[in-house]
Design a protein around this ligand. Sequence first.
Ligand SMILES: Nc1ncnc2c1ncn2[C@@H]1O[C@H](COP(=O)(O)OP(=O)(O)OP(=O)(O)O)[C@@H](O)[C@H]1O
Length: 639
Amino acid sequence: MTNTAFRLNNVNKRKRKARPLPDWISREDTKRKTLQDVSTDLTSDLDSLQKRAVNAALSGANVFVTGVAGTGKSRVTQRIVTACQQAGRQVAVAAPTGVAAVNLDLDAQTIHSLAGIPVPQKARDFGNMFSPNTSKKWRKLQTLVIDEIGMVTAEFIDWLDVHVRRIRRAPLEVFGGIQLILVGDFCQLGPIPGSLSLRKSKPYHPSNPSADCFMNLQECTAYAFQSVLWREAKFVHVHLRKVYRQQSDQAFIRALQDLRESKADSANVKHLIQQCQTPLQNRPGASETIASGIRPTVLYCTNRNVDEENRRALLSLKSQGSLAKVFKAIDSVQVDDEVPESSRGVFRESLLRNKFFDHCQAAPTLELKVGAQVMLLQNVSEDRGGKYSTSRSGSNNNSKQQLVNGSRGVVIRFQLVPVVRDNKHTEERLMDPYDRDKFAGRRFDELKFGTTVEFDQRAWTVFKFVKFPVVRFLNNEERIILPSEFKRSLFRQGTCLRKQLPLRLAWAMTVHKSQGSTLDLVLVDLKGCFATGQSYVALSRAKSMDGLEIRNFDAKQVCSDPLVKAFYEAMDQDTMDDFLATQAGLWWYPILDSPEWNKMFSQASHSVAKQNSSQFRQWVKDYKPGPDYNGWKGKLGRS
Ligand SMILES: Nc1ncnc2c1ncn2[C@@H]1O[C@H](COP(=O)(O)OP(=O)(O)OP(=O)(O)O)[C@@H](O)[C@H]1O
């Protein structure tokens, strides 16, 4: 081909590309077709409401997905995230607490670390968001998914919104134009109040910009729907209806529904309590499982009871003469390459102090013994040679066949696993018994001291053996459990990494930690129940009454919030705008009554603030982070 011909061809190609599409295929349609394909692939096993949630998310709308416990909110969240990613969107997934983020298992992080701020005590803590790294991240983001929105306070979400708008220089758009997917159930555990007293902090006023804002963050227990954001975001509400977790036990579903609505004296609840008073070991199905060595998970309302129970249980095993093995986690951090050399030390220190290491489900030290009750913390993915995967898709769906995050079992022995070293002695590796490719046709237990195997184009020699637990799970599968990675990436900071066995002792756990999980065999002790929705969350973890024992139930402790009830009624009656305008109340109303506030504003401005959100918008407009943030001066005030 001559140069001229080549050029002509290119011109023709360009011309062809520029030719308009036929009238009957608009560009919008071709785009929709692609989204349609994504949606069909990901929603084939979802019910119609679950599909509606995924499609609404794909349409680009702000979506709120809710539903009673066990209706598949987590499953829908996973599909939404995958769908948005496949549609080419920049997605971030966050949850209000470390446990919820780790539970979600979608490489989610806490909302605070996503925001690049500590758990804020003062409005100016949000000033950290203006750091070049964090603001760049927020500018790129297209979709933000927040799970367990019921635990996020209205005040927090409004302050976040305010700062994201400024960072993205889009003051009039909710979250500066980022699509919001909020997921949660306001009848489950709500925002947890902290200890900071409102009275001790000064209200923010534009005339005194360096003062700390009125900071109610640690005290605010207003629901996210009491935010300005909720009024402006125009959410598509999707209320999932079909309960999957207890689908084989309709009487149980009815009782849970009554508990959710605080009808603790109903016939359904009485029936539930009566059925579930018999100890599990005296019930036909459960007693067989217990006889095979698997004891029920015990849920307590307080941490103290949980620790006591696990310690007691492990000690009782010790007294039977069984030897304990201690597995210590290996923690490390990796600072992002783009962090300048001069700041790497500071970033390293800050990553090492990250809350991830406190919240990580995998304990820093795990003591195990033969007979210890354990729970798997990650899915076992067969298609990846039996390794642990961080994906929770399909989790718990088919627990009889699959081992998933939450699967329960008992340690039956410890197994020696070979460690190999390459012939240059530069690297050591633990041999994964389920990674069959590595053994070149040999059986794992044929590997003896000094045996050489070849993989990764190198020869490796067995030079020592290390003991790891073998767990027998509820589905009777026995599996050697090897250390696995738990990590959290902090955008433009680096990664926190913990290497530990994906197991935790599972004789007992708190109700707060159990939120989001499905349990086959569970004993719920409601002594000391203190939070709204706590008894509902605890009891709704069980799959059926056959696998549930209830202790210390007190109808007086069952409480739900009438405001939440009204919120759901408004959603079902399609009167949400009216509810938000007249009943919900904005989170700062109680602050208006504080003496500090009274000094700042006249009675007249109170009523303005109560009537609409313009007052808040005014603060937003005038708000400037305090003097601590001079470092980011260049980035401020441009919005
Ligand atoms: N469409 C579906 N088909 C079959 N099983 C499903 C479906 N949706 C959800 N499930 C199963 O129902 C159980 C509960 O689902 P999931 O944990 O997603 O509910 P949830 O609404 O997030 O619950 P919670 O509010 O308690 O966290 C899981 O075992 C899940 O695999």
